[in-house]
Design a protein around this ligand. Structure first.
Ligand SMILES: NC(=O)c1ccc[n+]([C@@H]2O[C@H](COP(=O)([O-])OP(=O)(O)OC[C@H]3O[C@@H](n4cnc5c(N)ncnc54)[C@H](OP(=O)(O)O)[C@@H]3O)[C@@H](O)[C@H]2O)c1
Length: 332
């Protein structure tokens, strides 16, 4: 008999998350029925959206993971294979072969062609962050060589990959980050052309120096005033991919930022938001495009790893505080 564990919401989040918001609950894993398979989480993702995703009291905290199939009553999902699951912060989960889980996504069986790529990468560069970086950059920003892109939360899971992909495209890549340590990393290790530390520096002034001809594309991970300041320095026909707005996720009251409508009109800017689940049908095709750069080491997969399922909530808070470089992951 296997006893699994899961994190459930016991008190709604208000402001920055606190230990009293969640609780670890044990549950006995029942025997499998025909058509079902049992997954054991190997890498659990902690993500900004978990702070703002609508969840009921008693519900398992939403989330995705890389999991190993450890028992199966369906040939479609054999023992020993891995999936990207979306079943929340849980150690074990039973799917049936037609399940749709948490985020309205089907569990994704990792194709055999990727056996040479580390399983851990499917929570980062080959998983949701890599797919999000690709969609926002190529489908929305549509980069051309020589153009300048600014990325906020640039040392984080999605941001660092956007920057690396844009460098491969021949763009000038600037990152906005919360510390010089992160800035040095994106510049010296990933090859970004420059960075701005939004906590220490003067963003508008430094951006003018780094991008004297203006910003052609902005990959927005943070929203709020940082984004308003960047959007005010965009060029004609600039493109903005709105991926997220973490700067406001812990706010108790609606936050305010400088208005940008006049800038959008004056420069004919295009600003498009996206949700990665809406691109589910394209996941396997995008993975095929990303994989060669991962294999060749052109896309570096950086992660901040916390060990132990019971530390998932701490890893989540650390990520919200900006303590991660690359993808924040919990290893079970
Ligand atoms: N649209 C989609 O489908 C989709 C998919 C994935 C992610 N997202 C969104 O993309 C964004 C990045 O997600 P991620 O998974 O890559 O997370 P991440 O960047 O790895 O981690 C979050 C980072 O946000 C920064 N941050 C925290 N508070 C901030 C604040 N007040 N102002 C500015 N920056 C702040 C921190 O870096 P610093 O130290 O630099 O502050 C922190 O490391 C989030 O907004 C997320 O919701 C959207």
């Amino acid at each position: 008999m296997i006893t699994g564990r899961k994190f459930v919401l016991v008190k709604p989040f208000e402001g920055f998350p606190r230990a009293e918001n969640v609780e670890i609950v044990e549950e006995v894993v029942p025997p499998l029925k025909d058509g079902e398979y049992l997954c054991r989480t190997v890498f659990q993702s902690v993500d900004p959206y978990q702070r703002v995703f609508p969840m009921e009291i008693g519900e398992t905290i939403v989330g995705y993971q890389v999991a190993m199939i450890i028992d199966s009553k369906t040939p479609k999902f054999p023992i020993g294979k891995y999936i990207i699951g979306y079943y929340g912060w849980k150690t074990h989960h039973i799917y049936n072969e037609t399940s749709i889980s948490g985020l309205n996504l089907h569990p994704l069986l990792l194709p055999d062609e990727y056996e040479d790529i580390s399983v851990q990468d499917f929570i980062g560069v080959m998983g949701i962050p890599g797919l999000s970086a690709y969609v926002g950059l190529f489908k929305i920003c549509q980069p051309r060589p020589g153009e300048t892109i600014v990325i906020s939360a640039a040392a984080g899971a999605v941001g660092n990959l956007v920057g690396q992909m844009a460098k491969i495209q021949g763009c000038t890549v600037l990152g906005v980050v919360g510390s010089d340590h992160k800035g040095q990393w994106i510049k010296n290790v990933l090859g970004f052309d420059g960075y701005i530390n939004y906590k220490e520096g003067n963003l508008p002034t430094e951006l003018k120096e780094l991008a004297p001809n203006g910003v052609d594309m902005y990959f927005d991970n943070v929203g709020g005033e940082i984004s308003s300041q960047i959007i005010k320095q965009m060029t004609m026909f600039g493109r903005i991919a709105v991926c997220g707005g973490i700067s406001t996720y812990n706010d108790v009251e609606d936050s305010k930022a400088s208005t940008i409508q006049a800038d959008i009109v004056r420069n004919s800017l295009k600003m498009i938001g996206f949700r990665i689940p809406d691109y589910e049908d394209e996941f396997l095709d995008i993975m095929k495009i990303i994989a060669p750069s991962v294999r060749e080491g052109k896309l570096k997969a950086m992660a901040t790893i916390t060990k132990g399922f019971e530390r998932t909530f701490q890893a989540f808070c650390a990520m919200l505080r900006g303590e991660n470089i690359g993808k924040a992951i919990v290893q079970l």
